[in-house]
Write a protein that binds this ligand. Structure first.
Ligand SMILES: *[C@@H]1O[C@H](CO)[C@@H](O)[C@H](O)[C@H]1NC(C)=O
Ligand SMILES: *[C@@H]1O[C@H](CO)[C@@H](O)[C@H](O)[C@H]1NC(C)=O
Ligand SMILES: *[C@@H]1O[C@H](CO)[C@@H](O)[C@H](O)[C@H]1NC(C)=O
Ligand SMILES: *[C@@H]1O[C@H](CO)[C@@H](O)[C@H](O)[C@H]1NC(C)=O
Ligand SMILES: *[C@@H]1O[C@H](CO)[C@@H](O)[C@H](O)[C@H]1NC(C)=O
Ligand SMILES: *[C@@H]1O[C@H](CO)[C@@H](O)[C@H](O)[C@H]1NC(C)=O
Ligand SMILES: *[C@@H]1O[C@H](CO)[C@@H](O)[C@H](O)[C@H]1NC(C)=O
Length: 405
């Protein structure tokens, strides 16, 4: 049977669709790096610092890995795990840089936004630091590790899944005094001071005037996420707050804390009920996390609050601002009028409440089969190679180009 050339094209395209990883499968950086034993230390610390789930939850990302030798240079500085996380987050670029794109960069340097900026742990109120500059060494020459140079250079591509994740090797750790700066240990963290300085002074002062402050502080080492209502919002809630009994006040405040660390990307991949510091025995005091695109909302039976900002996202503590006071159904009825808490009826969808149970694990995306890296990666020259020859390569580039639109 003679195929029309156009049909041949279609057939090849269909074949490519089948060959490419299925659309529903997300990447798993731990699994990708596990294939390269010389990156085991880097991989280990991505897990220890909780950066691995952050990477997996991003759709477009580049990980600049360093080998075990370069990692041991970093570890010899004996940084705290928190500083180490900052340093490693500087190696995670929030854009796709395959070998091809790196080599297309005309003057050999690229400026990229990093996860360090995205965490809000970078110094300064804006949370921005100088982005790293990647030098793309040409593949026809040896990696440019000129003695004495402080710049890290591109060494090789480890795995590329255009345009979702690119894992490349760079020659050494990107230098950054900001990232390596000692970070305060979590228990030294002044939670109320942080909130007061960033638009949540009324909530912070209310916490300080209550026993809830101690509950929050006690949970810092084990992991804590705080949702603080902005000043004007908590201020207008004050008359209702004053109307609550002492126990109800405590529950209301503790309802704004979750006894686990939840980064924004963890929240984004974690729809469902979440227990709070107020959860105790028969009192559910839970709310539902629901994502709407980039927006994360917290739904109680009474209100739906939106996360409006990040004050701190540094393992083990995250602090976000919200645009509504979270009103638990245990304390308020649907008209938002405070009523004495009736004996709370168990709620079907809520998990069995324990004192400080963990919220459900984030939906685990089906792990991607990494397949044979050679099938789908660009080589370090940046050219795609398929057995089908040049035509297929052109079609593939076009098809990938369309994906970019
Ligand atoms: C990239 O990620 C998106 C969204 O998760 C997915 O639909 C797509 O299939 C992925 N592409 C590849 C090549 O894995
Ligand atoms: C080339 O380098 C200069 C600074 O050295 C920079 O401002 C410019 O954006 C770079 N151009 C490209 C295409 O990367
Ligand atoms: C926390 O910060 C506030 C405001 O900056 C300050 O008044 C308070 O003394 C600090 N608390 C501790 C324990 O350092
Ligand atoms: C305080 O409680 C009383 C009695 O339940 C009620 O009449 C009043 O409206 C409440 N005030 C506010 C501000 O909710
Ligand atoms: C809410 O509580 C108030 C006062 O207790 C009551 O008048 C009102 O009917 C209640 N509303 C609902 C929807 O239960
Ligand atoms: C990623 O891969 C590692 C190692 O294979 C595995 O332990 C982990 O559960 C995977 N993570 C996800 C989210 O599938
Ligand atoms: C780069 O391309 C050249 C010519 O196409 C080829 O000979 C060489 O092997 C390639 N390098 C790598 C690392 O694949």
């Amino acid at each position: 049977m003679q195929l029309h050339p156009a049909m041949t094209g279609t057939a090849i395209l269909s074949l490519l669709l089948v060959l490419l990883p299925s659309a529903t499968e997300a990447h798993n950086i731990t699994r990708i790096l596990a294939k390269f034993p010389e990156f085991s230390t880097f991989n280990h610390y991505l897990t220890v610092t909780h950066l691995a789930p952050e990477i997996n939850s991003r759709e477009t990302i580049t990980v600049c890995a360093v080998d075990n030798a370069a990692m041991s240079d970093l570890l010899s500085k004996h940084l705290s795990i928190y500083a180490l996380k900052n340093v490693l987050s500087l190696h995670i670029l929030l854009d796709y840089f395959g070998a091809k794109k790196l080599h297309q960069i005309t003057n050999g340097t690229a400026l990229a936004a990093t996860m360090f900026q995205a965490t809000g742990s970078a110094p300064g109120s804006s949370g921005f630091v100088t982005s790293p500059i990647l030098k793309a060494a040409r593949s026809d020459s040896a990696p440019r590790t000129t003695p004495g140079t402080t710049t890290a250079v591109f060494v090789k591509s480890l795995q590329e899944i255009p345009y979702n994740i690119s894992v490349i090797q760079i020659s050494k750790i990107l230098p950054s005094a900001e990232a390596e700066a000692p970070t305060p240990g979590p228990s030294e963290l002044n939670l109320t001071g942080l909130m007061s300085a960033h638009g949540c002074k009324v909530f912070a002062d209310t916490l300080l005037a209550s026993d809830a402050e101690k509950t929050f502080q006690d949970n810092i080492d084990g992991g804590l996420t705080v949702f603080c209502p902005l000043d004007d919002i908590f201020k207008s809630f004050s008359p209702k707050y004053k109307n609550l009994t002492a126990d109800q006040k405590l529950s209301l405040l503790e309802y704004h804390g979750v006894p686990v660390y939840q980064s924004l990307s963890m929240l984004k991949s974690n729809n469902g009920p979440m227990n709070t510091l107020a959860t105790d025995g028969a009192n559910n005091f839970d709310f539902t996390v629901q994502n709407n695109g980039e927006e994360v909302t917290l739904k109680t039976k009474i209100v739906t609050a939106k996360i409006t900002g990040t004050l701190l996202d540094e393992q083990p503590v995250a602090v976000y601002t919200i645009d509504k006071v979270l009103l638990p159904k245990e304390l308020f009825n649907a008209t938002e009028a405070p009523t004495p808490a009736p004996a709370p009826a168990p709620v079907a969808e809520a998990p069995k409440a324990k004192k400080h149970p963990s919220p459900p694990a984030p939906d685990s995306p089906a792990a991607a089969p990494d397949g044979d890296a050679a099938d789908q990666t660009a080589d370090s020259n940046g050219s795609f190679r398929f057995n089908g020859g040049r035509f297929v390569a052109v079609v593939l580039s076009l098809w990938l180009g369309l994906l970019l639109l």
